[in-house]
Design a protein around this ligand. Structure first.
Ligand SMILES: *Cc1c(COP(=O)(O)O)cnc(C)c1O
Length: 386
């Protein structure tokens, strides 16, 4: 087998046992997506026609009113903000991100602030933060609405703060004042039911990644919603000369997303879940005997597919999870696992990207590394100074 370009360049491949994280190259595009990309690259289209037709097909496949393609879910956030501020006004669309004199405020719940939310600001929006880091109330939202408000933000994400205003209530408040609800649900697939859930609950634009669980091209995403709001989004998006012009998505990426989405929607979720669960049980079995850890399979709102979660208990004598993850990434083969994102420290294995034959190798390296770490005298201790 010939070397990949990455290997030629001296970039050592990793076993991705940590899930579809962009910094670790996302997910494996499905074979059907790659075939569709190769095929689409061979001919030219008018991009507006392609985007409109692709949006219709995505909406039909999912069963929502309307859809359009964005560059990742984060590209979708920029476009959501632009749509909320400029709608279909050509002068405003041309002026963004300069928003002087426009209703440019987006209401965001303090307990829903997250690492990517500044993308909304890229379109020229300003945040009006409401509530506390613990939660917010419907009154916090309605009190913050003024004639400068352009929209209301809602986040669906693992370990989302449970104190936020429920989406249906947020929708009621926003719609009463003629405002859109902009939802980021980037990583909430599977379950496939989520494809429609947040739109059904009334969100006007919902942003999903195409390169996570769907396994389309890494650069893709989609906005789902109502006919009007999706059209505002499209007008504010590339390839038009707008604030989002740098976020282009090519015809072959659009084709790849549609091909991947067709396969994703057609898959048997129950069978997929039990396959992942069996794989993760194998990982749990491998590490169960290591002193000071608690290993469990978790599959819930915070874990979109079954994960093998390894918690460090107070009896753990080794270094912290970050050091264990560094050890896994520096050994051979290099194994990427993700940190736990909840309150309890640990590391977790995500089944999505683990390829045929890699599971026993990854599980064995995790076991060996934990044993080595728990016995290692000269490694930094979890509680001690780094
Ligand atoms: C992954 C993620 C994003 C970014 O999605 P991309 O498709 O990588 O652009 C945005 N928001 C949340 C909550 C995410 O989990």
């Amino acid at each position: 087998m010939s070397e990949s370009i990455a290997e030629e360049l001296g970039v050592v491949p990793i076993i991705n046992a940590g899930g579809p994280n962009t910094k670790h190259s996302g997910s494996r595009p499905r074979p059907e997506a790659l075939a569709a990309m190769r095929e689409a690259a061979g001919s030219f289209v008018q991009m507006d026609e392609m985007l409109i037709a692709a949006g219709k097909e995505i909406a039909r496949l999912i069963g929502v009113e309307a859809a359009t393609v964005t560059s990742g879910a984060s590209g979708g956030l920029v476009v959501q903000a632009a749509a909320a501020i400029a709608r279909d006004d050509p002068d405003k669309i041309a002026r963004l991100p300069e928003t002087d004199g426009m209703a440019n405020e987006l209401i965001i719940q303090r307990c829903q602030r997250f690492v990517y939310d500044h993308l909304y600001l890229g379109a020229g929006a300003r945040f009006v933060e409401v509530g506390t880091s613990e939660g917010s109330t419907p009154d916090d939202i309605s009190d913050a609405i003024s004639d400068r408000t352009a929209g209301v933000i809602h986040l669906e994400s693992p370990f989302k703060n449970r104190g936020s205003v429920p989406l249906p209530d947020l929708v009621e408040i926003a719609h009463e004042r003629g405002l859109p609800v902009l939802c980021d649900a980037a990583s909430m697939l599977p379950p496939r039911a989520n494809l429609r859930k947040f739109v059904d609950q009334g969100a006007d634009l919902v942003s999903f990644s195409g390169g996570k669980g769907i396994r389309g091209p890494q650069s893709t995403g989609m906005l789902l919603g109502t006919v009007d709001w999706v059209e505002y989004a499209r007008l504010n998006n590339a390839p038009n000369p707008t604030v989002a012009r740098a976020q282009k998505v090519s015809r072959e990426e659009i084709a790849g997303l549609i091909a991947a989405l067709r396969v994703f929607i057609g898959e048997d979720e129950a069978a997929e879940t039990s396959r992942y669960r069996r794989q993760m049980e194998l990982v749990v079995d491998q590490v169960a005997e290591v002193p000071g850890i608690r290993a469990v399979v978790e599959h819930d709102y915070d874990h979109y597919i079954p994960h093998a979660v390894i918690y460090f208990t107070p009896r753990w004598r080794g270094p912290d999870g970050e050091t264990v993850r560094d050890m896994l990434m520096s050994g051979s083969p290099r194994v990427y696992v993700s940190p736990t994102f909840g309150p309890d420290p640990g590391i977790q294995v995500d089944a999505l990207n683990i390829q045929e034959g890699e599971l026993p190798i990854a599980a064995e390296r995790v076991r060996q590394t934990l044993i080595e770490a728990s016995a290692g005298e000269n490694l930094p201790k979890a509680s001690g100074p780094k």
